[in-house]
Ligand binder design. Structure first.
Ligand code: IYR
Length: 227
């Protein structure tokens, strides 16, 4: 049987999956759950270096996510330069100071108390890499005409999920950081008008002494309904 064919002018390749036994599916799904359940967001990073090739593999994994019309509407900016990290920290802390002091509601401040966050963001300089995810609203065709991407928010969210899973799988930690507003990243990183900042993710090893809040996850009965 050929592995390639043309359907209505477009190339297709054969695709199949090895069918696992119920027992093997149970084991593998449970193992993956346990692996992912041990992922935690971390705010205390070590400055130990991580090979760049690892970061490249993580980003290739993120870009393997599904996306609207397969447009892959994302750009991952990786900052390792200490000067740029410093600029980002200063700008993020300025915005976060305003947010914590006056922009966030009292409910919001209250809800964050168990996480121990405040406007200070030293991890933006400590972590060996900052990955800034940008969503690409449109592309320019060869005549410089704007062509909108589809389901950009959803697509970039899914890709970021792949990225966080890949980071965890590589034995590294991350934080989904949302300095707000984050337009300063467009300027600092000199990004084009079709890209908007989506999420800032410090990546590295946890600090030698690293603490995370003792959070509990919802049980299946609280998150899932079978019909
Ligand atoms: N962006 C702020 C505040 C913050 C908001 C939420 I929702 C969090 O889950 C955590 C933090 C900050 O990064 O501190």
């Amino acid at each position: 049987m050929p592995d390639k064919k043309i359907i209505e002018d477009y190339p297709y390749i054969r695709y199949s999956k090895v069918m696992l036994s119920d027992q093997e599916m149970r084991e593998r799904s449970h193992f993956f759950f346990e692996a992912m359940d041990s992922r935690r967001s971390v705010r205390e990073f070590s400055d130990s270096p991580v090979p760049r090739e690892v970061i490249e593999n993580l980003i290739k994994t993120a870009s393997a996510a599904p996306s609207g019309a397969h447009k892959q509407p994302w750009t991952f900016c990786v900052v390792e330069n200490p000067e740029i990290k410093k600029q980002i920290r200063i700008a993020a802390e300025e915005e976060e100071f305003e947010s914590y002091e006056s922009r966030m509601s009292s409910d919001w401040i209250e809800d964050l108390k168990p996480l121990g966050t405040d406007w200070r963001k030293p991890f933006l300089e400590t972590a060996p890499y900052l990955i800034i995810v940008f969503r690409r609203i449109y592309e320019l065709d060869s005549d410089q005409k704007k062509k909108n991407n589809y389901y950009v928010q959803e697509s970039v969210g899914i890709a970021t999920g792949f990225l966080l899973a890949a980071i965890h799988n590589a034995g590294l930690v991350s934080l989904t950081h949302t300095p707000s507003p984050m337009n300063f990243l467009t300027k600092t990183l000199n990004r084009p008008a079709n890209e908007k900042p989506y999420l800032l993710i410090p990546v590295g090893y946890p600090a030698k002494e690293c603490w995370v809040p003792d959070l509990k996850r919802k049980g299946l009965e609280d998150i899932c309904v079978f019909y």
